[in-house]
Unconditional design. Structure first.
Length: 119
C-alpha cells in the first residue's frame, strides 16, 4: 500500500520555527518529485515547495522563499520541510505529496499535519 505519513506539525509563535517530516512506505521516493502543499479551511490548495529527483532542484512559492527549506533523504525514504520566521498566514494543514515532476499533478498525498502560528 502506497502511503505518505507526515509529522512535526504543532503550535508555534510568530517568528518561530518548525520542521515537518514525511516518510513514504510501500514505495521508494527515488524517482519521484516530492513536495508539500497546504490547505487552510475555506481556502484553496497551495503548492508550497517541491524537490525534484536526481538533480534535487527545488521550487518554492513566493510567500515562503527565504523562510522554508525542503530536503530529501532517499536512503531514509523521507522528505523534510524546515520552516522558519513563521507567520500567522502560514497556519494551515500541510500535506506531503509525490508527483512525476514538480509542476505535475499530485499522485499520492498523506493525511496532513496541522501547523498553527499564533500572533
Amino acid at each position: 500500500q502506497l502511503q505518505l505519513v507526515e509529522s512535526g506539525g504543532g503550535l508555534v509563535q510568530s517568528g518561530g520555527s518548525l520542521t515537518l517530516s514525511c516518510t513514504a512506505s510501500g514505495f521508494t521516493l527515488d524517482y519521484y518529485a516530492v513536495g508539500w502543499f497546504r490547505q487552510a479551511p475555506g481556502k484553496e490548495r497551495e503548492g508550497v515547495s517541491c524537490i525534484n529527483p536526481s538533480d534535487f532542484s527545488t521550487y518554492y512559492t513566493d510567500s515562503v522563499k527565504g523562510r522554508f527549506t525542503i530536503s530529501r533523504d532517499d536512503a531514509k525514504n523521507t522528505v523534510s520541510l524546515q520552516m522558519s520566521s513563521l507567520k500567522p498566514e502560514d497556519t494551515s494543514v500541510y500535506y506531503c505529496y509525490v508527483s512525476a515532476k514538480c509542476d505535475g499533478e499530485y499522485d499520492v498525498w498523506g493525511q496532513g499535519t496541522h501547523v498553527t502560528v499564533s500572533s
